[in-house]
Design a protein around this ligand. Structure first.
Ligand code: GLA
Ligand code: ZN
Length: 689
């Protein structure tokens, strides 16, 4: 169980790697942590080689000392199981514990995360180390929670070795029971692939041409599950020895390799590492999308930002620093989207090693002369007045459907076009955010009952249970907005026959005959019948036949000129919109606005540079406004009756949000987002000046 009340307000801290520093540094670290308001550190993540320098010889003296020191300073510990990077001796002692790529290359010592999750000796060393740590520190007063491993699947999310092949076969036997069932699911009648013995089945290693798509899909599912087995091994030890302490492992947002909907059910609190690129076109959209996913994984439970960079990272081609004010702003954004903890990688910037150019709360210049230090210290202070936010919830009336199975299936090769899921999800998410919506992500089989609108940027793979869930959502009065190439295949990636998307055809009031995949130079447009407004269409357009749906827009070029591009169909007590092509963000925004408005969901057009969330704190509402623009101020007309969250001072009717400015307004009534009135205003002022 995770209870924020066992922590000292909003969690604030960092990864702490004292083993990289002489002992004399440690007391200074603790003193400075107090100065910055740090109340929790993640300790020991990469300490395996220090804790167990030789097999079975443990040395905990230094860790005892650090734990005691932190406790003396009132700092809690999120203690790692230290299994993230096995020491060189382990890899040398068990050469086949080193993971293998799809091309059959065994990876070598010198980096980190060098393990095959299936290796029996690796697993037993992991268990022993976890037991040793848990037994030793179970009663330590500094210990607040457990940090299992680190970023599973970050570097190696699939291992193609023989041990994993054997585990894969076991997993497949569990799933299919018989070879006949597997042969059917994998469609092995095609290309003479029929299996007569379980032993013939291999991982989808590099093959002469396209590997069997269902083999690929099951392999991704297995690889996620196989790492989850490893997580379970550690979490199980911890839950047994310290049942009263929360367990987490740090996620990576939209990480392709792991089905986090499944993973999150096995931890007490979701935690996230987020490294949006400050030079990206809209880092807050990228970050916000991960934040909203994290909150959605466990039904709205608040989560912990476990890692972020205080300023620059070291692992991009060009590593942009966070300009004055941006670090604070992005932390406010995490709070606004449901975080209860704000932590950094890392406490003190390393002196040596591959990450020495990665920023730390304490930079190489030391604290006193450092801008970054001033900013992290100021944030630590500021958080003290915001602790009530850890009680807030973010009610959302719209959800974006998301599923790893679909992501994997869509991006398997040999499709009509090489479609990528993320750009579609990003486009729809950005559209909803710019309509002022709090956005949840929901699994196809998740609970849809709390939403007015469910948006499917793409759901290529849709199993019968998911289709049924969507159907009853609409039947009960919900509004569905579906994107193109959705509902095409079942869970085995078999086509649903009879006119796409066969399982939703009656819900949408249409069927699709074929797809027009467009070349980059080809042009297509669609026009809304109501307004006459036209929008560009790229990549994809569909040949749609309506069977009851109203046509809202038509394509303009080629042989589909005049044929449906966007449709609306009443079904049960609800209705379904269908967007039959890859439309621009403007088009998606306009259409989602229409759907939301029709569903009685208040909408507010929000400029790209304003991050807005509306949360509920008991009966009160908190409006969190963030100007993410580095140089432009924003004029905002506020809903009436607001007070400043930090001190209760009444707010005026209108305010100016400076570049990177933050405003938290509190209301003792149910504010609607359309009470906001935003006027963007150009200004030459630079953030932080
Ligand atoms: C990840 C890891 C950290 C560190 C940072 C650097 O989040 O968990 O150990 O490598 O990236 O950005
Ligand atoms: Zn392996």
């Amino acid at each position: 169980m995770f209870d924020i009340h066992h922590f000292d307000g909003i969690i604030y801290g960092a990864d702490y790697n004292p083993e990289q520093w002489p002992r004399e540094t440690w007391p200074e670290d603790a003193r400075l942590m107090n100065e910055a308001g740090v109340n929790l550190v993640s300790l020991g993540i990469f300490s395996w080689a220090h804790l167990e320098a030789r097999p079975g010889h443990y040395n905990f003296d230094w860790l005892d000392e650090v734990m005691d020191l932190l406790h003396q300073h009132g700092i809690g510990v999120n203690l790692a199981t230290a299994t993230a990077s096995p020491p060189p001796w382990l890899s040398l002692k068990y050469p086949d514990s080193k993971p293998v790529t799809a091309d059959g290359i065994r990876l070598e010592v010198g980096g980190r995360q060098l393990y095959c999750p299936s290796h029996p000796a690796f697993r037993s060393h992991v268990r022993q180390l976890t037991e040793q740590i848990a037994q030793r520190y179970q009663g330590h007063p500094a210990l607040k929670m457990w940090h299992v491993n680190n970023e599973y699947g970050c570097h190696v999310d699939q291992c193609f070795c023989d041990l994993c092949a054997e585990e894969f076969r076991t997993w497949l036997r569990g799933k299919y029971g018989t070879l006949d069932a597997l042969n059917f699911a994998w469609g092995t009648a095609f290309w003479s692939q029929r299996y007569g013995d379980w032993a013939e089945i291999q991982p989808p290693r590099r093959a002469p041409t396209y590997a069997n798509p269902t083999q690929q899909l099951d392999w991704r599912r297995f690889s996620s599950d196989n790492l989850l087995t490893l997580y379970r091994l550690e979490a199980g030890v911890l839950q047994q020895i310290t049942p009263h302490l929360p367990v987490t492992t740090n996620f990576l947002g939209f990480l392709p390799g792991l089905d986090y909907f499944k993973w999150a059910q096995e931890e007490d609190v979701v935690s996230l590492d987020a490294y949006p690129d400050p030079s990206g076109s809209r880092p807050h959209m990228e970050a916000g999308m991960s934040y909203d996913l994290m909150r959605s994984l466990r039904g709205g439970q608040r989560w912990i930002l476990m890692e972020q960079a205080p300023s620059a990272v070291n692992w991009r081609e060009r590593n942009t620093l966070k300009r004055p004010g941006l670090m604070r702003l992005l932390n406010h954004q995490a709070l606004a989207h449901g975080a209860s903890g704000l932590m950094f990688f890392q406490w003190r910037a390393s002196r040596a090693g591959a990450e020495k150019y990665h920023s730390g709360m304490v930079q190489h210049v030391g604290p006193d002369r450092s801008r970054v230090w001033q900013e992290v210290k100021a944030l630590g202070q500021e958080l003290k007045s915001l602790r009530e936010l850890t009680e807030a919830r973010l009610p959302a009336r719209v959800a974006v459907m998301f599923d790893w199975n679909n992501w994997w299936a869509l991006e398997i090769d040999s499709k009509p076009a090489a479609l990528k899921l993320m750009p579609l999800v990003q486009k729809w998410y950005a559209a909803l955010r710019q309509l002022g919506q709090n956005v949840d992500f929901v699994h196809p089989e998740g609970d849809l009952s709390g939403y007015d609108v469910v948006a499917l940027p793409n759901q290529y793979l849709l199993a019968a249970a998911g289709a049924q869930n969507i159907r009853s959502f609409v039947e009960r009065g919900g509004t569905l907005v579906s994107g193109f190439f959705s509902g095409i295949v079942d869970e085995h990636e078999h086509i649903q026959l009879g006119g796409y998307p066969a399982l939703l055809s009656d819900v949408l009031g249409l069927w699709i005959e074929e797809w027009l995949v467009m070349q980059p130079h080809e042009e297509q447009q669609m026009q809304l019948l109501s307004s006459g407004k036209t929008y560009g269409v790229q990549n994809w357009a569909e040949v749609i036949h309506v069977t009851g749906a109203e046509i809202l827009a038509t394509f303009q070029q080629d042989f589909i000129a005049g044929q449906p591009a966007v449709t609306l169909h009443p079904f049960g007590a609800g209705q379904s919109y269908y967007l039959g092509g890859d439309f621009t963000e403007e088009a998606v925004t306009d259409l989602l606005e229409q759907a939301l408005t029709q569903a009685d969901v208040p909408v507010c057009r929000v400029p790209e540079s304003l991050n807005v969330t509306l949360s509920a704190l008991g009966d009160d509402r908190v409006l969190h406004l963030l100007n993410v623009h580095p140089t432009q101020s924003l004029q905002v007309g506020l809903p009436e009756g607001g007070t400043r969250f930090e001190n209760g001072a009444p707010l005026p009717q209108a305010i100016t949000l400076p570049p990177y400015g933050v405003l938290l307004a509190r209301y003792s009534r149910a504010v609607r987002i359309n009470e906001l009135n935003i006027v963007a205003e150009a200004s030459a002022r630079l953030a932080g000046r």
